[in-house]
Design a protein around this ligand. Structure first.
Ligand SMILES: C[S@@+](CC[C@H](N)C(=O)[O-])C[C@H]1O[C@@H](n2cnc3c(N)ncnc32)[C@H](O)[C@@H]1O
Length: 270
């Protein structure tokens, strides 16, 4: 099986950040003011758990998520933990399943690993949230590109369960804009997607921060022509420490809005 799942110079940084965000959030979920008694850690574009970057093989997002979890999961966690990993490729799920069995025997519960589209997985997660009122979801979204991105499903989930879900998407603004241009040239109207990224009143960024949710956006990295960014957003317990040293700013701050303009095709003030 090819381990190449679509990578860039920034993939390793992404994987590291997924581990760090997970670890930070598990620490916050331990706070006595965090009420849910169950947390489902989910990654609905999980891949095989390994990622080839040139000649190097690095841990993929589900392994990073589990590493981050175990870093902060003390023995008497005040909540039960579950793990949901899904991907459309069955061979990726098989590989991940044997990898997690070998590498993470210490988990409180074996991860559920399913061959499924991200859209179906998000709908399943919505069912879980609807049926179990004391569940909180930590959700990583790492699609190949906009066509796979479960934008509407995620927006729906966020509108119904805004306070019970953290969503951490990793996306390339350039890929999105390119796809749009190509599709627009073909005479089709795909403005909904770009407005989804840039428009604070009706778009995806505003869906991530609706109902007083808070979140961060990673500022553009100089020289990154694909304009990758990560948007960790929080259903409750907004982190008190910021990650400004790592290039993250509050989505609603002036710096956050300036970053979004750059991701939408602006020039970073130059
Ligand atoms: C960019 S890779 C990310 C892999 C993993 N998150 C990592 O960091 O190693 C995207 C993954 O999404 C999967 N994928 C593509 N379209 C999908 C869809 N519609 N639903 C679910 N998974 C999909 C691919 O098989 C691939 O493993």
């Amino acid at each position: 099986m090819s381990l190449f799942q679509g990578s860039s110079n920034y993939t390793e940084r992404k994987e590291f950040e997924i581990e760090s965000v997970t670890s930070m959030r598990v620490n916050q979920y331990k706070n006595k003011y965090f009420k849910p008694r169950h947390v489902l850690f989910a990654d609905v574009f999980c891949g095989a758990g390994v990622n080839a970057i040139g000649d190097e093989v690095v841990d993929g997002s589900p392994v990073r998520l589990l590493n981050g979890y175990l870093k902060s999961a003390t023995p008497n966690l005040p909540f039960n933990s579950g793990f949901w990993f899904s991907d459309i490729r069955s061979e990726a799920c098989e590989k991940l399943s044997s990898l997690t069995k070998a590498k993470f025997p210490q988990l409180p519960k074996e991860p559920q690993i399913r061959v499924m589209s991200a859209a179906d997985a998000i709908n399943h997660i919505g069912d879980v949230l609807a049926r179990h009122k004391d569940v909180f979801v930590f959700l990583i979204l790492d699609p190949n590109g906009p066509k796979d991105f479960p934008k509407l499903e995620t927006e729906h989930l966020l509108s119904v369960f805004s306070r019970r879900i953290d969503v951490v998407p990793y996306i390339s603004a350039t890929t999105i804009n390119r796809c749009l241009q190509a599709r627009n040239k073909a005479g089709r109207d795909f403005d909904w997607w770009i407005s989804g990224i840039e428009n604070f009143d009706s778009g995806f960024v505003s869906a991530l921060t609706q109902n007083e949710r808070k979140g961060w956006i990673r500022k553009p990295i100089p020289g990154d022509k694909f304009r990758w960014t990560m948007l960790p957003t929080f259903g409750c317990m907004t982190p008190r420490n910021d990650w400004s040293k790592q290039g993250y700013v509050d989505i609603e701050s002036d710096e956050g809005q300036a970053a979004i303009k750059v991701y939408c095709g602006g020039t970073n003030g130059k």
